[in-house]
Design a protein around this ligand. Structure first.
Ligand code: NAD
Length: 385
């Protein structure tokens, strides 16, 4: 399949807002470009000219993945409802970063009709809307990333999380069956292991979830098994371990702390700083996800995508503060309910099945994040003055 590529010049829309959004768009674009180049190197020689239905493609991970897939020649259909969990503007900016120019400008041009990226603003809980948009289309693969993400907010809104993450996943699986799609990649989470102390976690470790969010991800993994069995859909659940990098979700610690620290405000510092996370850089996650889209050797797999390296909260704050050039002020609090003391991935299975090999160290990844953060938020704030 040969696809028309979307132009990435971005020259036809001047920044008239005066708030530096063009520079942030360029920063996101540059970062995404490096990531898709990385992915392209990794998948060299592979046939990636596929038609992909990507749910959650306006979000953090989804927009990086969409960009990489388009670079590799795929046609990407994004379904996303621009959920208000965090500002819509950030998601629109993600989409603009993929297109390389304003969505508004694109919609005005005829090019949008033959673009390698199409965006559908649809709630995955609305099955009729999904069928009406995609029921008559054929896809090589679904990548289902749309979800209400985040552990702590799921304790406040368990029913909303269940609706989107369980009913929404059921709808996406049903749509896959109806459209005859034979490959389905699902974003699961390290949180499913919960308080299991046997780190590094292998995929067959007992699951001991402690948040509604984690419970919904386990449900998604199991529903995938049902559809794989009934309809011969190859289902790959990827258990992502704390993903970070340019464009990171604003509720996640690295991004949230960066905002607070650069404003001279205290950061919530949970426990004694010894909790550990296996932080995984976005480019490594994108590469692993693309490999899962290409995986053909069995019909159902659950695979960890982590960095196989833990960083304590104390270390994370130190590295981040150094990168940002600030002195952190700590507001020490007890560990909140739902938060697990540690995450640590065994990535042997991902290596064996997907050829996955994360290559970005935490220090390198933070340097890239900080470059993006400064370009996006510090420069634009200065130009506002
Ligand atoms: P994100 O919130 O940036 O992206 C999720 C996207 O899904 C958003 O654009 C949102 O608008 C969309 N969405 C939410 N509800 C929807 C609905 N009802 N219909 C259609 N679209 C909807 O989050 P992310 O960090 O990019 O995470 C992507 C996926 O990876 C999620 O499934 C998340 O649970 C999973 N995950 C992420 C991490 C991480 O560290 N970022 C770790 C483990 C798992």
């Amino acid at each position: 399949m040969s696809l028309p590529r979307t132009s990435r010049t971005g020259n036809d829309l001047d920044d008239k807002t005066g708030n530096g959004e063009n520079s942030s768009r360029n920063a996101t674009e540059n970062a995404a470009e490096n990531i898709s180049e990385d992915a392209a190197k990794h998948t060299k020689g592979k046939d990636l000219t596929s038609r992909v239905l990507l749910s959650g493609g306006a979000g953090f991970i989804g927009s990086h993945l969409a960009r990489a897939l388009i670079e590799l020649g795929s046609e990407v259909h994004v379904v996303d409802n621009f959920d208000p969990f965090y500002p819509r503007k950030l998601k629109e900016r993600n989409i603009e970063g993929i297109l390389g120019r304003s969505k508004v400008a694109l919609e005005r041009s005829a090019e949008v009709h033959e673009s390698a990226l199409k965006v559908y603003e649809i709630d995955i809980c609305n099955y009729e809307a999904l069928i009406s948009a995609f029921g008559n289309m054929k896809f090589d693969v679904f990548v289902h990333l749309a979800a209400k993400a985040g552990v702590r907010p799921s304790i406040m809104d368990p029913i909303g999380y269940c609706r989107t993450n369980v009913l929404g996943t059921q709808n996406m699986l049903e749509l896959a069956a109806k459209t005859g799609t034979k490959q389905f990649v699902f974003a699961s989470s390290s949180s499913v292991y919960g308080v299991n102390p046997n780190v590094p976690w292998k995929e067959d470790e007992p699951l001991k979830p402690i948040s509604p969010y984690a419970g919904t991800k386990i449900a998604g993994e199991l529903m995938g098994h049902v559809y794989s069995h009934l309809y011969g859909i190859r289902f790959i659940a990827l258990r992502y371990f704390t993903v970070y990098g340019p464009g990171q979700r604003p509720d996640l610690a690295i991004c949230k702390f960066s905002h607070l620290m650069t404003q001279g405000k205290p950061i919530p510092f949970y426990g004694d700083g010894s909790t550990k996370r296996d932080y995984t850089y976005i480019a490594d996650i994108v590469k692993g996800t693309i490999s899962a889209m290409e995986y053909r050797d069995s019909m159902y797999e659950v695979i960890n995508l982590g960095n196989h390296h833990t960083v304590s909260l104390k270390e994370m704050v130190e590295v981040l503060a150094r990168g940002l050039g600030v002195r952190p002020i700590l507001d020490v609090k007890p560990l909140p309910p739902g938060d697990v003391p540690q995450t640590y991935a065994d990535i042997g299975k991902a290596r064996r099945l997907l050829g996955y090999e994360p290559t970005t160290t935490f220090e390198e990844g933070i340097a890239k994040f900080v470059e993006w953060f400064k370009m996006t938020f510090i420069k634009s704030a200065r130009s506002d003055r």
